[in-house]
Design a protein. Structure first.
Length: 588
C-alpha cells in the first residue's frame, strides 16, 4: 500500500465524516426544533428513554450528539440523571443505524436496468436531486432535504474511496500479518478504542472496518474485539463535553463510558468463556462483509442495552458514589447552568432556557427595587449588603444572558424565535438598569441613616405617593414581560407620564419648602436623587413595555410608538392617564 493509497484512505475518511455531518444536520433541521423538546419531555420511564434515545440518534446519526445534548439537559436541571441513563442507552443502540446505511455500498448492479441498483448510480441520482434542490429551491425545508441527499452522496463516495484505497491490501502479506495480531482480543479492543477516540466518531470507525471487510481479510475473530473497543472509545467526546459542567452533568457523561465498558466486559467474558468451553467456535475464521459487520455492531449494542436497562437504578447509584456532591452554589447558579452552550445548536431549547432565566432576572430586579425602597423606612446594614449582593447577581444575569443570546443570533431562527431573542436582548439591559437604580436608592437610604436626615411630613407623604406609582409600574411591566401580555404592556406608558409629572411637581414643591426653611439643602439633595432614580425606573419599565408592544406588531421602533401614542391617544391612553392621575394625586 503506497503513499497515494494512504492519502486516498484519509480523504475517504474525511468525506465520510463530512457527509455524515451534513446528512445529520439536514435530518435535524427537517425534523424540526421540537425534536430536542420531545427528547427531554417524553423520557419519564426507562423504556421510553431507551426508545427515544434510539429514535433520536437514528435520526441525527450521532450517539455523541444525543448524549452531549442530554448532558446539557442534566446540567441545566431539565432532566434527572436517572432519565438521562435510558436515553444514553438508546443512543448507544441508535448509532448502529449508520452502519446499515454504509452497508448500502455493497450494492452492485448488473447489466441494463439492474445497473441502477449499483452504489455509484444510486449515489449519483441522489446527488443530482440534492444539487437541483439546492440550486433552484427557495424553501428552507427543501434546502435541508438537499443537505440530507448531498450528505448521503458524499458519505457513500467517501466509503467508496476508502474501499478503493484499501483494495491493494487484499494481496499484502504485511497487512495480513498485522491483522493476525488482532487475534489477541485486548489488542483489538485497544485499536478500536484509539481509532474512535481520535476520529471522535464510532460510525466513522465502523465505516473503516466495513471498508477493510471488502478485502475479505476481516474475520469474526478480528471484528468482534474491535467493535467492543469502538463502543468504549465513543465515550470520549461525551466525556469532553462535560468538562466544566456540574456534578450531575459529569455523572451523565460517565454513564456513557460505564455502559459501553460494562457491555464490552460482560459480552467479552461471556463470548470468550463460551468459546473456550466449546473448544473454539467454527465461525471465528469466517470473513465478514459490510452487512455482517453492521449486524454484528447492532447485535452487540442491542445485547448491551437489554442487559443494562433493568440496572438503571444501580448505574445511577454507582455514578453518585464515584462522583459525590460538592458544596452547593447559590440559587442563581441554577439559572446560569440553564444557559448551556450545547443548547445553542438547538434554538428551541436555548430560547426556553433563556426565557426562564430572564424571568428570574426580572423578579430579582423587582425584589431589589422593593428591598431598596424598604430601606428608606427601616435601614439596616444587613439589608443594604443584601441589595448590594443581589445587584451583583443581576449584573451577572445580564452578562450571561447577553452573551448567550448573542450566540443564538448566529443560528438559523424562525421568525418567532428571532422575535423572542430580540425581546430578551432589549429587556435584560433595562432590567439591569432597574436594579442599578435600586442600588442608588439603597445608597440614598444609607446616606439618610448615616446623616440622620429626616424629611418633613409633606415630603414623606409625597415620596409615599410616587413610590406607590413606581411600584405599580414596575409590577405591570414585570407582569407584561413574564406573561408576554401586550394588553398589560399598554398600561405602562400612561403611568410613566403620570410619574414624570409627579416628579416634576414634587421638585417644585421641595424648592418651595427649601425657600420657606421647612427643608434643608442636605434633605434637598437626597430628595432629588430619589426622584431621579424613581423617574429612571419608570423610564426603563416603559422601555420593556414598548419592546413588547412593538415586537408584537412586527417591528421595534420605540420612537414611532411613543409619537403615535401621544398624537392619537389610542389604546385607552387618555382613560388610563386620567385614572392614574387621580389615583396618584399629591396631597394638598
Amino acid at each position: 500500500m503506497g503513499l497515494s493509497n494512504v492519502i486516498a484512505l484519509l480523504s475517504g475518511v474525511a468525506l465520510f465524516l463530512f457527509g455524515m455531518s451534513l446528512m445529520g444536520d439536514g435530518l435535524k433541521k427537517v425534523a424540526g426544533s421540537k425534536l430536542e423538546l420531545i427528547l427531554y419531555k417524553l423520557s419519564s420511564t426507562p423504556v421510553k428513554g431507551v426508545l427515544l434515545g434510539t429514535g433520536v440518534t437514528a435520526v441525527i446519526q450521532s450517539s455523541s450528539a444525543t448524549s452531549v445534548m442530554v448532558v446539557g439537559f442534566v446540567n441545566a436541571g431539565m432532566m434527572k440523571v436517572r432519565q438521562a441513563i435510558g436515553i444514553i442507552l438508546g443512543a448507544i443502540l441508535g448509532t448502529s443505524v449508520t452502519g446499515w446505511i454504509v452497508s448500502l455500498s455493497a450494492l452492485q448492479g448488473g447489466d441494463g436496468w439492474v445497473s441502477l441498483l449499483s452504489t455509484a448510480t444510486l449515489s449519483g441520482i441522489v446527488s443530482i436531486i440534492g444539487i437541483l434542490l439546492r440550486m433552484f429551491s427557495k424553501s428552507q425545508t427543501k434546502l435541508h432535504v438537499s443537505s440530507i441527499l448531498l450528505g448521503f452522496a458524499v458519505l457513500m463516495f467517501g466509503m467508496g474511496a476508502m474501499s478503493s484505497a484499501v483494495e491493494p491490501l487484499r494481496e499484502s502479506p504485511g497487512f495480513l500479518h498485522v491483522l493476525t495480531t488482532f487475534s489477541n482480543p485486548l489488542i483489538g479492543v485497544a485499536v478500536g478504542l484509539i481509532f474512535t477516540a481520535v476520529l471522535q466518531s464510532a460510525s466513522a470507525t465502523v465505516g473503516i472496518l466495513q471498508a477493510l471487510a471488502a478485502t475479505g481479510a476481516i474475520t469474526f475473530e478480528l471484528a468482534f474485539p474491535v467493535i467492543m473497543g469502538i463502543a468504549v472509545g465513543a465515550a470520549m467526546p461525551v466525556l469532553l463535553s462535560a468538562l466544566g459542567a456540574g456534578v450531575n452533568a459529569k455523572r451523565t457523561a460517565l454513564i456513557y463510558l460505564l455502559a459501553d465498558l460494562f457491555g464490552a466486559l460482560i459480552w467479552g467474558i461471556v463470548f470468550y468463556a463460551a468459546n473456550a468451553a466449546a473448544g473454539g467456535f467454527s465461525f471465528l475464521d469466517k470473513p465478514l462483509n459490510t452487512v455482517e459487520i453492521a449486524a454484528l455492531n447492532s447485535l452487540f449494542r442491542l445485547a448491551t442495552v437489554l442487559v443494562l436497562t433493568p440496572c438503571i437504578g444501580l448505574l445511577e447509584k454507582l455514578v453518585v458514589r464515584l462522583l459525590p456532591d460538592r458544596d452547593p452554589h447559590g440559587p442563581e447558579e441554577e439559572d446560569f447552568a440553564r444557559m448551556e452552550v450545547r443548547f445553542i445548536q438547538h434554538p428551541a431549547l436555548a430560547i426556553q432556557q433563556s426565557r426562564e432565566a430572564a424571568g428570574n432576572m426580572a423578579m430579582e430586579a423587582m425584589a431589589n427595587l422593593e428591598d431598596a425602597c424598604g430601606l428608606l423606612e427601616n435601614y439596616t446594614e444587613k439589608g443594604f449588603r443584601f441589595v448590594e449582593r443581589r445587584e451583583d447577581v443581576v449584573d451577572r444575569y445580564e452578562d450571561k444572558l447577553g452573551t448567550y443570546l448573542m450566540g443564538l443570533t448566529a443560528r438559523e431562527l424562525t421568525e418567532e424565535q428571532g422575535r423572542d431573542v430580540t425581546k430578551f436582548l432589549h429587556t435584560i439591559s433595562d432590567l439591569e438598569r432597574i436594579s442599578d437604580h435600586a442600588m442608588n436608592i439603597a445608597e440614598c437610604a444609607q446616606e439618610i441613616a448615616q446623616k440622620k436626615i429626616s424629611f418633613s411630613p409633606a415630603a414623606r407623604e409625597e415620596l409615599a405617593v410616587v413610590y406607590a406609582a413606581v411600584h405599580e409600574i414596575a409590577h405591570n411591566a414585570l407582569a407584561a414581560f413574564l406573561a408576554d401580555d401586550v394588553d398589560k404592556a399598554y398600561t405602562v406608558e400612561p403611568l410613566e407620564e403620570v410619574i414624570d409629572a409627579l416628579c416634576d411637581e414634587m421638585k417644585l414643591h421641595h424648592v418651595d419648602r427649601l425657600q420657606k426653611g421647612i427643608c434643608t439643602l442636605d434633605q434637598g439633595f437626597v430628595f432629588n436623587d430619589l426622584l431621579t432614580n424613581y423617574e429612571r425606573v419608570a423610564d426603563h419599565c416603559s422601555n420593556i413595555a414598548v419592546a413588547l408592544i412593538e415586537l408584537a406588531a412586527g417591528s421595534l421602533d420605540a420612537h414611532e410608538y411613543i409619537t403615535s401614542l401621544k398624537e392619537h391617544r389610542g389604546h385607552d391612553f387618555d382613560r388610563l392617564f386620567e385614572a392614574y392621575s387621580e389615583k396618584y394625586a399629591l396631597p394638598d
